[in-house]
Design a protein around this ligand. Sequence first.
Ligand SMILES: [Fe+2]
Ligand SMILES: [Fe+2]
Length: 360
Amino acid sequence: MNASTATSIQSADDANRKAVHSDMISPRFYTTDFAAMDRISVEPVRAEWDRMMAEYEGDNNHDHFQRDEAFAGEMRDGMASLSPEMRQEFLDFLVSSLTSEFSGCVLYNEIRKNVSNPDIKQLMTYLTRDESRHAGFINQSLRDFDLGIDLGNLKRTKKVTFFKPKYIYYATYLSEKIGYARYITIFRQLEKHPEKRFHPIFRWFERWCNDEFRHGESFALIMRANPQLLRGANTLWIRFFLLAVYATMYVRDHTRPMLHEAMGLESSEYDYEVFRITNAITRQVFPLALDTDNPKFRRGLERLFAISQAMEQAKARGGLIGKLKQGLCAGQALFAFAGLYFLPVIEQEISPQVRMEPAW
Ligand SMILES: [Fe+2]
Ligand SMILES: [Fe+2]
């Protein structure tokens, strides 16, 4: 069975429903404790912070998210080369990417409106600007297929999860950096194999992911300025978020293997390359990394994916048996996740300097 059959996108309604829908692996919307965020200080990293703000102010991508003349033709020819299944997985990729970009946009904008801390407010203004460009650019591509997402409606209707500020720092830091690693890996692959670039949007990924890289740098600076976030019992939370973000990405990517095949990639190979890059980057802030080369780690992720497939089948089956099977799968997933959580991690020295170059 094609993994993505259950969520096939045929109409704008399907696309909008998919964006609003929440499950274990779909991108979520978040909110936080704004008063606590007001109390955060970046004084210990002031020099690096001000340099970063100057980069945001310079806005080197202000003219990047515009289509060029070749766009329409490339899109027509490229999409014609895809099988219906590949096309479906690409649309799924666009909708989930748009949802994550817009999730960032909504969260950053909420923080911007609700804090008075001038450093945080200024940062959030720039982050909102960038993410709204990213989301808008993807939505334009969805509109080409008459699948545009109504962002106002998405904001009003999607379920919002509350996270304490420290969870926001861990989770958004990781999702920005993993976003960078994902986009740059695709960009480099298609740079080597331009014949596999079936949609022009991938040409935008290099400068695009430098935005994501810089967004991650901002959260790295916040955490380094408040080093209690990176010590003691908090390392257990870091471990949790690393695993949650890696495992979600792995399961989500493996539900659309043909998308990667169309780019000449294999989902596992792609994911482990993304983990390798992300692990290297996180030395700037986390005292530990997951050992993604450990065969037990790899088997654990395979198991989580198998459980998520069984869960989809149980949902499709429905009825009492379907419900019971879903409960069983949830228990198995929890057990597999715990098994992964307790695997040995790699302890690492945090790099003396916080800022890093996007050198991949
Ligand atoms: Fe973004
Ligand atoms: Fe971002």
